[in-house]
Write a protein that binds this ligand. Sequence first.
Ligand code: PMP
Length: 384
Amino acid sequence: MVPGVSIDRTFTTWLDDVEDRRRAAGLRRELRPRTPGNALIDLASNDYLGLVRHPEVLHGAMTALRRWGAGATGSRLVTGSTTEHELLETELAEFVGAEAGLVFSSGYTANLGAVTALSGAGSLIVSDAGSHASLVDACRLSRARVAVAPHSDLDFVRSALATRPEERALVVTDSVFSADGDLAPLVDLHRVCRDHGAFLVVDEAHGVGVRGAGGRGLVHEVGLAGEPDIVVTATLSKSLASQGGAVLASEKVRAHLVDAARTFIFDTGLAPAAVGAARAALAVLRREPDRAESVLDRARDLARFTGAGTPESAVVSVILGDPQRAVDAAAACREQGLHVGCFRPPSVPEGTSRLRLTARATLDADELARIETVLTDVLTGASA
Ligand code: PMP
């Protein structure tokens, strides 16, 4: 202990100071728990297919809950694997066209596990500047040399791979970028990876359920499903209306992750109810593949109401620039019955604070009419 220094005062002063600075910059975040009976129209969640309360999804969760109990009881390698987990892995892999699947407790831990286990000291990771925070953290944890490529800059990726001294290299990217909803140039990226002996890790969190035939994801849509040097990561928490994550890749990669992915080995298995819900959601999507196209149709509606460019995914961003303007516009939407996302730095670059709207396949005509009225009103006010 440093003489004369009060730990309590040091931390209180520091916390007060950072809080004041965040408040002055319009960057404080507030937790607003949803309450039962909350009647806001949801334009903020990731329930893209509108399945989170679907009777079959609830039934899938309940059946698994009753059969296996509330928790997984242990890590996957000890007691936390059930036949339900294995069925989900097979079904997910088959759906996206991969050889094998491995379920993790979240999309975040799937990314951490896959990237760290496939890289390590003495390897190179090239990561797109727009990659999700979980891929960024995976790079940081990996001990690899990390090169951050300007967004969708193929020349940078090519040159980083071509000039590397390391033998092993990974390129990591979202397929659908979470903040802007734009798409990665996967075919070109894969070609560059092939030319230079690198693996391509693609986070399909926002791709599965939305892009590709019947929601099979962007990797499937562009004809790369099942390529041995592509590793797909996915979440069960968006289109699949549950919790959890997965890596969908070759059998060889799956076997390696079981042995080496720390977030697989040292984490408790995914709760059985979440597994059951995700399986049921996947079954609904397979039976009703039009839900994926409906998400894009509804996103086009949202873009029309807001003047945003043509959306390529469920995400429609309305850039307002200043964080306080975005906060005020989100509050005005809420007062008029719309729950919209509000993204500010560090989630997005400085000067690009925004309303982030997400489309849902099940938005009906009454909801769309109300959304158009409110957004027109709020955005006219915000630009005045
Ligand atoms: N990747 C992307 C692109 C995401 O948007 C998210 C969730 N926000 C994740 C990974 C993490 O997934 P999960 O919420 O299942 O941990």
